[in-house]
Design a protein around this ligand. Structure first.
Ligand SMILES: Cc1cc2nc3c(=O)[nH]c(=O)nc-3n(C[C@H](O)[C@H](O)[C@H](O)COP(=O)(O)OP(=O)(O)OC[C@H]3O[C@@H](n4cnc5c(N)ncnc54)[C@H](O)[C@@H]3O)c2cc1C
Length: 436
């Protein structure tokens, strides 16, 4: 074996999970190979994208706030229930999120991923791009390296971190992850539209570096289960739809038709008017939650980020990048410990799961384990947003006639389509999934 084929750790995938892991490991002085199939990190990656809890990286990169390619700090969050012709929004704005350690920042993945991987390279990691990892190499039961799709493509290391994203071939090949069902996977389709700094600030009532993250449910995706998003970057908007694959297949609508419908909704069209499309992309998201989280390690192998389905998709939350970074850091710490003890057994690497259980990563996924099934409830997806809009229309309508009390107006609208028993049951399930 050539010396250049032997590393201390091989990280597959230069997304947020892989690059964070590679950065920590290289900084600790290990020989790290970071292998990415794209021409450059981020070339193939898609996110909304709001990077929540960006302070996670600040400990590693003290100059992070000044140099990371952030677009805007999220100070305004909006949740909108779309009916066919109307919209009902919850609009939250706080200046507290405009201060370090900022609650969330918008990023453009090609820039952000490239920057983060660059930090791993500065720390000493060897970034190998345009290279697909096809398989794992074994000695008995232990993973000892990877096979890349190129001549002489075997690379060796006592620990491999699979951070190869949604639908990870490596996690499946290693027998750690099962096949997903179409109910557990979503497809995200996204556009980046240029509007210009001034238009964005005027249209979304933002000043300076402030930004907005807006999510939509209901008519946003028509009859298909899912939702939509619209985020402000510095001079562009990121907007898209995220739909459950099973539901998409049933309804036989093309995702880009759905995205067009969303853009034409009367509540959305004025926001995207005159936007020039710069980018169009699509990507899968493992949205099944807790039940999709696989075994996270075996001898010589750790799985991080989307590859381990560590995505928090719980209705009002869609967070994957921070979960990817946190799991990448935990995987790196575990690999460091294994190197310190020269022990790469499944028992030592199982410390990775313990680390994640002590952090928000597995705690949030476990606590909100009922939420993915709840948000896919047919009525929540299609009926309630429409009824909510109808109820609001009744409440705000002035006809020069005596009004009913608000409770009675709302209940009459809801009960026109849903029985009281179903309402109570859905309320109880909402409580269990999100509140208690
Ligand atoms: C439309 C959409 C909107 C989203 N919005 C948000 C959001 O607003 N906020 C948020 O936090 N999350 C969001 N997410 C989720 C987020 O994008 C992911 O959770 C996150 O990117 C996971 O990071 P990762 O490093 O695990 O995987 P990825 O970012 O997918 O990186 C995996 C990397 O591995 C590489 N790779 C894959 N296979 C191989 C191979 N065999 N060999 C070599 N390289 C390989 C890929 O090219 C890629 O660079 C969104 C996702 C989508 C699709």
């Amino acid at each position: 074996m050539h010396a250049q084929q032997q590393f201390d750790v091989i990280v597959v995938g230069a997304g947020p999970a892989g690059s964070s892991a590679a950065l920590v490991l290289a900084r600790a002085g290990l020989r790290v190979a970071l292998i990415e199939r794209g021409e450059y990190p981020g070339a193939k990656n898609v996110s909304g994208a709001v990077f929540y809890a960006p302070g996670l990286l600040a400990e590693l990169l003290p100059t992070f706030w000044d140099e990371a390619p952030f677009e805007r700090y999220i100070t305004r969050r909006v949740l909108t229930f779309l009916g066919r012709e109307s919209a009902f929004s919850l609009d939250f704005h706080t200046r507290h999120f405009a201060l370090p350690p900022y609650n969330g920042v918008t990023v453009l993945r090609p820039k952000f991923d490239r920057w983060l991987a660059g930090k791993a390279v500065e720390a000493g990691a060897l970034l190998i791009t345009s290279t697909v990892v096809d398989d794992l190499l074994y000695e008995g039961e232990r993973v000892i390296g990877v096979q890349c799709r190129r001549d002489d493509g075997a690379l060796y290391a006592p620990v491999v971190i699979a951070a190869d994203g949604a639908n990870s071939f490596l996690a499946k090949k290693a027998g750690l992850q099962r096949e997903f069902s179409a109910e557990e996977m979503s497809l995200g389709v996204k556009e980046v539209l240029r509007l210009g700094v001034r238009t964005i600030e005027e249209r979304f009532h933002l000043t300076g570096d402030e930004g907005m993250a807006s999510e939509y449910v209901g008519e946003a995706t028509g009859p298909i289960k899912g939702g939509a998003f619209l985020y402000t970057n510095r001079e562009t908007l990121s907007l898209g739809i995220i739909v459950q694959i099973a539901s998409l297949a049933q309804q036989r609508i093309r995702p880009y038709e759905l995205l067009d419908r969303f853009k034409q909704h009367p509540a959305v069209a004025p926001l995207v008017r005159d936007g020039v499309t710069l980018e169009y992309s699509a990507h899968m998201i493992p949205e099944g939650g807790w039940q999709l989280v696989p075994r996270l390690a075996r001898a010589g192998l750790l799985v991080a980020g989307d590859a381990a389905a560590l995505v928090f998709a719980a209705g009002i939350f869609l967070e994957g990048m921070n979960f990817a970074v946190a799991s990448g850091l935990a995987a790196a710490e575990t690999a460091l410990e294994a190197h310190r003890n020269s022990d790469f057994s499944a028992a030592t690497l199982s410390g990775y799961r313990k680390r994640l259980e002590q952090s928000f990563v597995l705690q949030d996924l476990r606590r909100f384990r009922l939420t993915p099934a709840f948000v896919n409830n047919e009525r929540l997806q299609n009926l309630y947003p429409e009824l909510l809009c109808q109820a609001a229309e009744q409440v705000f309508r002035s006809e020069g006639r005596p009004r009913k009390k608000l409770g009675s107006t709302i209940l009459t609208t809801l009960r026109s389509k849903v029985s009281l028993w179903t309402l109570l049951r859905d309320g109880w399930q909402a409580g269990r999934a999100l509140f208690f």
